[in-house]
Design a protein around this ligand. Structure first.
Ligand SMILES: [Zn+2]
Length: 384
């Protein structure tokens, strides 16, 4: 009995679709990014003379492989200066870059969205005294190391926790550096994130790289920032060389995280040391960076107007939290110095209080904290 051509074609069509899906699934090893690849174009020559279909099959597999690899690399993996967003399956979305000059990568959220936070806030949350150092007089440059596993601890497996297309093995965050700000035409406070990233695609692609994320300077010739350009480039290059050695020597190691940690810790300590030396050489800070340290008008205004119940204490850091109008939240250090301000969601503010992270203080203590803030601010005015 002979099949009708229409039936044969529709069977082959269905088989091809199943083949492509199965191939893609295996190729991507469970990556969500595949959901975003629309389809693959095939070009096959079917011989009328000779051939048993084996050549056709091989041509189909080869093209599937090439097309998927191309789509995968273009879409899913790795672009320097941007992190991978597992929620969107790309590094091309708005989540993939820091929202401001002072933001660093804090963690992956549950659904694989990058979470960025102001560096000062990160320092406060660590509770290791680094917040005091960046707001010291003179301000110090601080660099933190984070293990990759810590950055993924919230992330769900379905949203890329175990992904190898962009795996952060560890990172260094650093701030604040007086990097060139094109818009200002001068130096301006900035924070940086350096991630050691393992990226794999298909069966053979594997790369270890240092991804530097932040407002990297391109200062005009003759500016002091030219020295910063040069120095940051050199540090990144040295760290990349160390990662290359790890890649060559240990690519089959089951866990690369501990193997890249020494290179990252060295980067962190070089960043801190280097700028200690630089500060001695040039006198500390610069006018614009110091202006950035002063409490914003709103922070002081809101603190002065705050009711006792709008003044809270951060149980983890001892910082003072002032709840201002319009969901503005201001953080002041233990000496009353303004550390950072941000607009929170109503939900986030309530959550912090419910979780007993932000605690109420007695009215008398609230008044004392408010006085401390005012005194620290007027001290700043005289010093400036
Ligand atoms: Zn995204």
């Amino acid at each position: 009995m002979h099949d009708r051509p229409e039936d044969m074609a529709s069977r082959i069509g269905a088989d091809l679709v199943r083949l492509a899906k199965e191939y893609a699934k295996r190729f991507a090893a469970g990556e969500r990014a595949w959901v975003n690849v629309d389809g693959v174009e095939l070009k096959v020559t079917i011989p009328f003379r000779g051939g048993d279909g084996h050549g056709v099959a091989q041509a189909i597999l080869d093209q599937l492989h090439d097309a998927l690899e191309e789509a995968y690399v273009a879409r899913a993996s790795y672009v320097r200066g941007r992190v991978h967003c597992f929620r969107c399956g790309t590094s091309g979305c708005g989540h993939a870059v820091p929202p401001g000059r002072k933001s660093v990568f804090a963690a992956y959220g549950r659904t694989g969205t990058p979470v960025w936070e102001e560096f000062a806030q990160v320092c406060l949350q660590r509770g290791d005294g680094s917040a005091a150092r960046i707001y010291g007089e003179p301000p110090e440059i601080v660099a933190h190391y984070d293990a990759g596993s810590a950055l993924r601890s919230e992330q769900l497996p379905d949203f890329g926790r175990d992904s190898k297309s962009y795996r952060v093995l560890g990172q260094v965050t650093a701030g604040y550096l007086p990097l060139w700000n094109e818009a200002l035409g001068g130096p301006d406070k900035a924070a940086l994130t350096y991630q050691a990233v393992e990226s794999r695609w298909g069966s053979k692609g594997f790369k270890l790289d240092l991804n530097a994320i932040g407002p990297f300077p391109k200062a005009p010739k003759g500016e002091r920032q030219e020295w910063l350009d040069f120095t940051l480039d050199r540090l990144a290059r040295q760290t990349r060389e160390q990662l290359e050695r790890v890649q060559v020597e240990s690519k089959d190691a089951p866990d690369l995280e501990p193997l890249v940690a020494p290179a990252l810790r060295k980067l962190a300590s070089s960043l801190e040391k280097l700028f200690r030396r630089e500060r001695r050489r040039t006198g500390h800070g610069n006018e614009r960076a110091r202006e950035g340290d002063r409490p914003t008008g709103k922070a002081l205004e809101d603190a002065a107007a705050a009711q006792a119940e709008e003044i809270l204490r951060d149980a983890r850091t001892g910082a003072t939290v002032v709840l201002g109008p319009a969901l503005r939240v201001h953080i002041f250090g233990r000496t009353g110095r303004h550390v950072t301000s941000a607009v929170y969601s109503k939900d986030a503010i309530e959550r912090k209080q419910r979780a007993r992270i932000w605690l109420p203080v007695p009215a008398a203590e609230a008044a004392a904290l408010r006085r401390g803030i005012e005194e620290a601010a007027s001290g700043d005015e005289e010093a400036g």
